[in-house]
Design a protein around this ligand. Structure first.
Ligand SMILES: [Zn+2]
Length: 247
């Protein structure tokens, strides 16, 4: 069935519920790369339409849904090709840049920053300008980009579902722990373990946001300006994010 739908932004798009096509930019740019039994072929308009008309959803996708549900229950999300996330990252980056009155710094972390070829979900580290909160950005993400806010934790961690295709976690960190947070959320686990061991050798405890002086149990009175500076402090050669892996 071919039908016209009006999106939240007021644009009219034409979807085809058998061929699983839409003439929105997202479908033309990204979704068309996937076959008809792959739910990544669905843009948000097709997803919304099938939510309202589940009887029209192709059987191949319904079976896939069940498999995916089972897979996510077992453990983490299935990894997807990095290229799948490029469109999301540029969308998120340009959104965060627009909120320069609120957002001081931001960086995509984890697997995407380490340039892994396959990625399970997106993590961002964000620090805010003094006395600002993240509310206006959350509203933009949910109302304009139509991301689904699924979890929040203590005004510090926000988890969004992006069109049912990917998960985005935003970690709000304090400006003075920016560098250590960046290192923490970039990973990988093995690299963090190495850095923690090295810090211990030098008499410190490295946490996700602080370097504690073991003899006083207090944070070290130094604000790292860059990741290079932190590696230097630990007397280690600097590692680019894509080298921080043992995979
Ligand atoms: Zn569409």
């Amino acid at each position: 069935m071919i039908t016209k739908i009006t999106s939240d932004s007021g644009n009219e798009y034409t979807i085809n519920t058998e061929e699983l096509t839409c003439d929105c930019p997202n479908w033309r740019y990204r979704c068309h790369n996937f076959g008809k039994s792959d739910d990544r072929r669905l843009c948000k308009h097709l997803i919304a339409y099938f939510n309202d008309h589940p009887e029209l959803k192709p059987i191949s996708l319904i079976q896939k849904d069940k498999l995916l549900d089972a897979a996510t229950e077992i453990n983490s999300r299935p990894k997807q090709l990095r290229v799948m996330f490029d469109a999301f990252v540029s969308e998120i980056n340009s959104a965060l840049k627009q909120f320069s009155d609120v957002v001081d710094k931001f960086e995509v972390c984890d697997e995407y920053r380490r340039l892994c070829s396959k990625i399970s979900d997106l993590h961002y580290v964000v620090s805010l300008k003094p006395d600002k909160n993240f509310d206006s950005v959350i509203q933009y993400f949910t109302n304009i980009l139509t991301y689904n806010l699924t979890r929040t934790l203590e005004d510090k961690t926000y988890v969004f579902n992006i069109y049912g295709l990917a998960e985005l976690t935003v970690h709000i960190v304090s400006p003075k722990s920016w560098v250590l947070s960046l290192i923490h959320y970039t990973g990988d686990k093995t690299e963090l373990l190495n850095l923690r061991n090295r810090a211990n050798q030098l008499g410190y405890t490295l946490t996700s946001s602080e370097l504690i002086v073991n003899s006083t149990n207090r944070p070290k009175d130094i604000i790292f300006e860059s990741e290079q500076q932190f590696y230097e402090f630990l007397q280690l050669p600097y590692k680019q994010p894509w080298l921080r892996t043992n995979e």
